[in-house]
Design a protein around this ligand. Structure first.
Ligand SMILES: [Cu+2]
Length: 253
């Protein structure tokens, strides 16, 4: 049973915390988001993966796991967002040139511009969009990525927390010879083959359910949870037990 003294301390504690909470929400976004990474249509990708982005003010912590990528080749990876974009992954109908593949530009109307470069070291801004020496090279076709203290603008932080941003991992292998080559040049950098920069995996970062994502293992088994189980071992470890249910994932192409 509580004494009057204990009640007073509890009340004081709440009073001290509440102005801080109000201040935080007034200036910045907060929240956890999750993306189920699936193959981009038309690009001959069979991999899968998952990503979690935690937003605290202007700072992001990103955890990402993927498998089935072109082995031992640099894979540029970004968070994309533009206010005018659809906040979706591209569909086959986005193939503007009708050349049978979706390059990075084709996906623009769906996912927008690069707002964060998921480099392993150094700069994480859009300036590092093709900093190939600082992206994961997918040893054995697998990426296990984790990085904190990624600073973004207020607008980007809010967009991510609101479920409007998209994670894209680039790098495909149309002729299936284990490397980036071919005559078609990248739409981003003509010195690179288009295989090096075409989008491979994509997923919208949806807001995780309020109060945390853990459902105690009661999540519904479906095709949307299978890739997470395959590719997201590291991620699940980071999140603790329980499975996310991607309520809107089925709407993605
Ligand atoms: Cu990208």
């Amino acid at each position: 049973m509580r004494t009057k003294h204990q009640v007073a301390v509890a009340a004081l504690g709440a009073a001290a915390v509440m102005p801080f909470v109000g201040m935080t929400s007034a200036f910045a976004a907060n929240g956890d988001t999750m993306a189920n990474l699936k193959p981009v249509p038309l690009n001959d990708v069979k991999g899968s993966g998952s990503a979690m982005v935690s937003v605290k003010g202007n700072m992001l912590t990103v955890t990402m796991a993927a498998s089935g990528l072109v082995k031992d080749q640099p894979h540029a990876a970004h968070i994309h967002f533009s206010a005018e974009a659809r906040h979706e992954c591209p569909v086959a109908g986005d193939d503007a040139k009708d050349d049978g593949h979706l390059n990075t530009t084709d996906g623009g109307p769906a996912y927008g511009e690069v707002v964060v470069s998921l480099t392993k070291t150094g700069d994480t801004s859009a300036d590092s969009v093709l900093a190939v020496d600082r992206f994961d090279t997918a040893s054995g076709g697998t990426i296990s990525y984790e990085r904190g203290s990624i600073e973004v603008s207020n607008d980007v932080a809010e967009a991510i927390a609101d479920g409007k941003s998209v994670v894209v991992i680039h790098g495909v292998d149309y002729n299936d010879n284990g490397k980036y080559d071919g005559d078609a040049k990248s739409d981003l950098d003509p010195s690179l083959p288009t295989e090096a920069t075409d989008p491979a995996l994509c997923g919208v970062l949806f807001a995780a359910p309020a109060g945390g994502a853990a459902t105690g293992g009661g999540g519904t088994a479906s095709d949307t949870t299978a890739p997470l189980a395959l590719g997201g071992g590291l991620l699940l470890l980071a999140m603790g037990s329980g499975a996310y249910t991607f309520r809107r994932a089925r709407n993605q192409a």
